[in-house]
Structure formats: C-alpha cells, structure tokens
Design a protein around this ligand. Structure first.
Ligand code: ADP
Ligand code: MG
Length: 378
C-alpha cells in the first residue's frame, strides 16, 4: 500500500518536472483559396497521409524539401482539430505556467484565422478562454481563479491599448516597466476582468476593431503590427491560502514578408529574413536561447521585452508557423519553414511552474493520508 502511494507521488513529481522540451512548433497550411483554384494554381505542399508531423515542399526544380514539426495541420484540418492539440499547452496556465503562443508567417497564410478566427470558425483565443472557464469551474472549491484580459498592439515600437477607450482622449503612451516580482508590467494598460465566456467574443472583437480602425489602410496595419492578447490568471488555493499569478500570451505577429536581410550573430539564424525590428529581435532571443548564452537580448524590441517572462526559460512556448500551399508563395514558405525549424531546434530546460496550487493540495492530502496509515499500522 505504501509502495503504491510512493509511486503515485513519483508520478506526480514527474508531472511537475516536465521533462519534455518547452518550445513546440506546429505548422498549419491554409487551403488554396478561390482565386488560386480558379487560376489553376498548383499546391507545392505535400503531406504524408499516415504522419501528422511531417510535410514536404516541392521546389521549383522539383526537388523535395522535408520538414518535421511537433504537429502538422493539413488544409482540411478545422479549428477544433487545431485547438485539440493546443489545449494542453494553453490550459497549463491554470497550473501556474507562463505560456506564450504566437502565429508566425507571411501575410494571408491564416495567422489571424488561427488565433482570432471568424464568428463561424472561432480560433484559439476564444476557445482558450472557453476552456479556462470550464476548468476553473471544475476546480471550484479547491482553487478560486480570477481571469482578466488585456489586448494591445505593437506597431513601429509603439504600444497601443486596444481595450482602452481611445475615442474621447488621445491615445495614451504605454511603456513597459519592471515589476516587483521581476515581471514586466505595463502601467495604465486596461485589464478587463472576465467572469464567464459570454461577452468575451464581443470584447475580443472590439479590440481587433480598434486595431484596424486607427489606420488609413486596415490591411496594411494588421500585417505590419503585432496583436497581443494577454490572459492573466490569478489563483488562490482555498485550503492553504497560497496564491499565484501567471500569464498566457496569444500573439498574432506581423507578416514575415517584405524583408530585409539581417545578419544575426550565431550561425543558426544567419540567413533568416525578418520583416521588422520586432521579428528580428524575436529571432535573436530564440537564437540566444538556443545557444544557451547568459545574456538573452529581450530588451531589443517592445515585443520581446513584453514577453520576457513568458518566453524561454521556465515557460511554455508554442509557435504556429502558417504557410500557403500556392506555388506563387514558395519562396516565403521555405523561409518560414526554415525559421520554424530553427525555433524547434531550441533545447531549453524543462518548464517550471510559478507555483502550483492544486499539486500542493494533493501532496498535503497524501502526506496526511500516509501519516494516518502509518499510525494505523503501528
Ligand atoms: P494573415 O492573418 O496571416 O494575414 P488571415 O488569417 O487573414 O491571414 O487569412 C487570410 C484568408 O484566408 C482569410 O480570408 C481567412 O479566412 C482564410 N483562411 C486562412 N486559413 C484558413 C483555413 N485554415 N481554412 C479556411 N480559411 C482560411
Ligand atoms: Mg492577420
């Protein structure tokens, strides 16, 4: 009996110290669109039907390039399928992990479709909140969770609050400050408390409307700016009073095309192409994490600075590399897949929880039970 208990404890311990790497890369290929079908465009992306983590790109000289990721979504995979793979990562924010998910890729490949989605095909952002509410209800009585949402845009190294009422006053200038717990804080940023899933869709919609309304050309801005949704989870263990706070970032990055070549120190990222300072800084941060250098240059862009405590280190990171199947996009597709392969090569240490409210509770219960059983046997 005692042995059973101790192997149970061991299992729990292994759950806490997750030994798998904490940077994942999922690839998602959008379907050919109407225009492409009408004009008879060929798909240059091939999927191995029996495998869900490999794809091949047929290059213009008909040679094939193979890529492997943690998961590969085919054009026919729907939002539900995508979320079923994403769910374990996003929901680990409730267990105290800081989590960061970003969609990377050329404009028009489905970054916004994956993260935001449409009213009929809701994306990762909405589904995540729905799931967080469901789980927090389940744990009701053991842990009390408080969820709040912030939404911001980074454009030309300026941060804009997408949930603030910008109509009456000029846009507030937001800056990133170092918080007391070593985290990054944005004083003045709206943090909207959300109580249930009703209303969340409208809230997210209003944020993304602000994102495009403020620009002369909606398409231009949304492909050049990063849209960041932050979910803050505050938890309190009702049995022992322990509290924890963790962040989940859901990021729709600027389009990776329209590139200038940037030489990054370290051979791995040498030929990478990036759209702007933020994407190149993101590449630098990942490169530094990959080479395990002591200094990670988070501060080189607003994007990486903001994500500092949720990127690399103890956190869970998931990148969606979004691609187009069209022959016309072949060059960009190869660039994105190469970038994503390097990201996947990052071997960072195991993710670590900020604090774990439920595990602690389980341990305590178990310890008491063992004590009790020991007394009985005596
Ligand atoms: P991005 O944000 O990368 O610029 P979008 O998300 O705006 O790209 O996608 C471009 C178009 O393709 C949109 O009309 C979107 O609805 C459609 N689309 C993208 N991915 C898919 C998909 N997997 N299934 C169906 N439609 C898609
Ligand atoms: Mg978009």
């Amino acid at each position: 009996k005692y042995l059973e208990e101790s192997s149970e404890r061991k299992r729990l311990y292994n759950d806490v110290i997750e030994l798998r790497g904490n940077i994942r890369v999922f690839c998602r290929c959008r379907p050919l669109n109407k225009n492409e079908i009408v004009s008879g465009t060929a798909s240059v992306v091939d999927f191995e039907s029996s495998l869900d983590n490999e794809l091949q790109v047929i290059c213009s000289d008909s040679s094939k390039k193979q890529f492997k990721f943690d998961h590969v979504f085919k054009p026919e995979d729907n939002q539900e399928t995508v979320f079923s793979q994403t769910k374990p990562i996003v929901t680990s924010v409730l267990d105290g992990y800081n989590v960061c998910i970003f969609a990377y890729g050329q404009t028009g490949t489905g970054k916004t479709f994956t993260m935001e989605g449409t009213p009929e095909h809701r994306g990762v952002n909405y589904r995540t909140l729905e799931e967080l509410f469901r789980i927090s209800e389940e744990k009701d009585g053991i842990v009390r969770y408080e969820l709040s949402v912030s939404m911001l845009e980074v454009y030309n190294e300026k941060i804009r609050d997408l949930l603030a009422d910008n109509s009456s006053q000029p846009t507030k200038k937001l800056e990133i400050k170092q918080g007391v717990e070593g985290t990054q804080e944005v004083p003045g940023l709206v943090e909207a408390r959300v109580y249930d899933i009703n209303g969340v869709w409208e809230l997210l919609k209003s944020g993304s409307r602000v994102r495009s309304v403020g620009s002369t050309s909606a398409n231009e801005l949304s492909s050049r700016s990063h849209c960041l949704l932050r979910v803050t989870v505050k938890g309190e263990n009702l049995i022992n009073g322990q509290r924890a706070r963790s962040h989940l970032w859901l990021v729709d990055l600027a389009g990776s095309e329209r590139v200038g070549r940037i030489e990054v120190e370290g051979e791995r990222l040498k030929e990478s192409q990036f759209i702007n300072k933020s994407l190149s800084a993101l590449g630098d941060v990942i490169s530094a994490l990959a080479s395990k250098t002591a200094h990670i240059p988070y501060r080189n862009s607003k994007l990486t600075h903001m994500l500092q405590s949720s990127l690399g280190g103890d956190c869970k990171t998931l990148m969606f590399v979004q691609i187009s199947p069209s022959a016309a996009d072949l060059g960009e597709t190869i660039c994105s897949l190469n970038f994503a392969s390097r990201v996947r090569g990052v071997e960072s240490g195991p993710a670590r929880k900020q604090a774990d409210l439920t595990e602690l509770f389980k341990y305590k219960q178990m310890a008491e039970k063992i004590k009790h059983d020991e007394k009985e046997t005596k």
